[in-house]
Design a protein. Structure first.
Length: 542
């Protein structure tokens, strides 16, 4: 049954307004506590989305709801192949999950802004905290810094349970005899010190990691080991680190580990600054490119074993497990979470005999990632990863024709150029909004460095593994990494060292960011339309 177009549009707008209403009342609901806000957030958002889903069910829902919220389209196609009676039930589950996620995100943000850490920050009170290390331990400003996920905060005789986060800074004088090397992701510690407040500008950035205070640690002790699964990934990381450091210098091994799985602790601050100014920081932050290359290598190995490759379910299970393993190896970097979620959704859909569209893939993967951690929506890395992926998917191929025409270069070169250009167009407005800068030379820098980085990020695993097992062969196998690493670092230093590499433009308003995306979309559309017209004119295609 198809209802009038006006009716379908009205129902879709009603669903969107329901979602906006739920979002608008988050702050009011936050005053009721954690569980009430979760339930109410679920009800508000589920009601809004269910309204749209109902409209789609009555008025060609796969077309209407699938366009408004693409994950409905994928869900409907999946269950339409099984039993149509399951479609409403599945939609209800999806809506509930989305609503609960929204409620969790709202309560988490509320907890950050009015939690225990926020109240104690800047008070000068001596506190004792218990929690787990939730990030890499990096050296900055003469101290070891990391994110600590709290479980308990004690001030005098008062003890409070909490799930907040803060940034812990351990000075060299407070380090244990092992120099802090025992501190790694997942380790449980008890620390004493004073929580200092943050300036307003940094508070806005810190909200994305749910950390609104810095604990200046005076003493600490390790009270528990990391979970076994996390300890296993730590052992694998240490294995590759030994293989890299055994045959490469400190700077090159640090860069290699950053390219492999995002461990930049061995990369100097000057190196990080050069990569940032050149627009190459995504290489050492483990982007979706790393994920695709590693998963591609694993899939290629599986193809060499026909009994595993030709069993669809077994192949899917192995690839999904490999995706989860790599996500843990990279310490759940936001960009890898996005890429991993997309890969898992794609594998499961293909296993069910469905080829999802890109919109369906991105929307379902985003929903899955946000269910796991609702605060990812505030993560700059997650935002940039999604923006770059969408821009490449929709703009790279259309722009490649324009680049080939106007620059008069072969299509084999035009496509990589268009990919780099579209990625920069996708992330530039967000980078400007968050940091007030624009990397002017990002496109040529990426054209020079990314192809080489793709090779070395995969070969690095092989070379480091061989070097760790047989150190005498390390120098030989790492011949394939030394020159690429030298080239990548040279590109970063050369481009990043130019005065025009990075432009300070201030932080534009989000309305300006939205307008920039709109103008870019219109421009790409106009350019591609003009190219199509030129091709259709007599004599143009000859």
């Amino acid at each position: 049954m198809r209802g009038p177009r006006t009716c379908r549009v009205a129902v879709g707008v009603g669903g969107a307004l329901g979602c906006v209403f739920g979002d608008h009342h988050w702050e009011v609901l936050n005053q009721w506590g954690r569980w009430p806000v979760t339930v109410c957030g679920a009800l508000f958002l589920a009601a809004g989305f269910a309204w749209s889903a109902l409209a789609g069910r009555l008025f060609a829902w796969s077309a209407l709801a699938g366009r408004l919220f693409p994950w409905f389209g994928l869900a409907g196609r999946l269950f339409a192949r099984r039993r149509r009676a399951w479609v409403p039930i599945y939609l209800l589950l999806v809506l509930t999950a989305f609503g609960v996620t929204a409620g969790r995100a709202a309560s988490a943000r509320f907890g950050v802004e009015r939690g225990v850490v926020t109240r104690l920050a800047g008070s000068g009170a001596w506190v004792t905290v218990r929690g787990r290390v939730a990030s890499e331990v990096k050296v900055a400003s003469g101290s070891h810094r990391f994110t600590l996920r709290l479980s308990e905060v004690r001030t005098g005789l008062d003890s409070q349970r909490t799930e907040e986060r803060l940034t812990a800074a351990i000075t060299r004088g407070a380090l244990e005899d092992d120099g802090g090397e025992a501190l790694d992701t997942g380790i449980e510690i008890e620390a004493e010190g004073v929580i200092s407040g943050l300036d307003p500008e940094y508070r806005e950035r810190a909200l994305r990691s749910r950390s609104l205070g810095v604990l200046k640690v005076r003493a600490y002790r390790i009270t528990g080991a990391a979970p076994r699964w996390l300890g296993a990934t730590t052992a694998v990381r240490d294995f590759f680190r030994r293989g890299a450091e055994a045959s490469l210098g400190a700077e090159q091994s640090g860069l290699l580990l950053g390219l492999m799985y995002g461990d930049t602790r061995g990369l100097s601050q000057d190196g990080e600054a050069a990569f940032r100014r050149a627009g190459l920081s995504h290489l050492t932050a483990v982007s979706g490119q790393n994920f695709v290359l590693v998963m591609g290598a694993i899939a290629a190995l599986l193809r060499l074993i026909p009994p595993l490759w030709h069993r669809r379910r077994l192949r899917t299970a192995i690839l999904v497990s490999a995706a989860l393993w790599f996500m843990g190896l990279t310490r759940w970097e936001p960009s890898v979470l996005r890429a991993g979620a997309m890969a898992i959704v794609l594998l499961l859909a293909l296993s069910a005999g469905i080829r999802p569209s890109f919109a369906e893939l991105v929307s379902v993967a985003g929903l899955v990632a946000l269910i796991g951690d609702p605060m990812l929506v505030f993560s700059v890395g997650f935002q940039l990863s999604v923006a770059a992926t969408v821009a490449i998917a929709y703009w790279a191929v259309p722009l490649s024709g324009c680049v080939a025409k106007f620059a008069r270069i072969p299509k084999a070169i035009a496509l990589p150029t268009a990919v780099a250009l579209s990625a920069e167009m996708g992330v530039a407005p967000l980078i400007a909004a968050h940091f007030g800068t624009v990397q002017v030379l990002s496109v040529p820098a990426n054209l020079l460095a990314v192809p080489v980085a793709g090779f070395v990020s995969v070969w690095g695993y092989v070379a480091s593994a061989v070097s760790a097992v047989a150190p005498r062969l390390g120098g030989l196998v790492h011949l394939g990494t030394r020159l690429p690493l030298w080239w990548i670092r040279g590109v970063a230093d050369t481009v990043g060292g130019l005065r025009i590499a990075e432009a300070e433009i201030g932080r534009p308003d989000w309305a300006v960011v939205a307008l920039a995306y709109l103008l870019m979309a219109v421009t790409v559309r106009a350019l591609t339309a003009r190219s199509a017209i030129d091709r259709d004119l007599p004599g143009k295609g000859a």
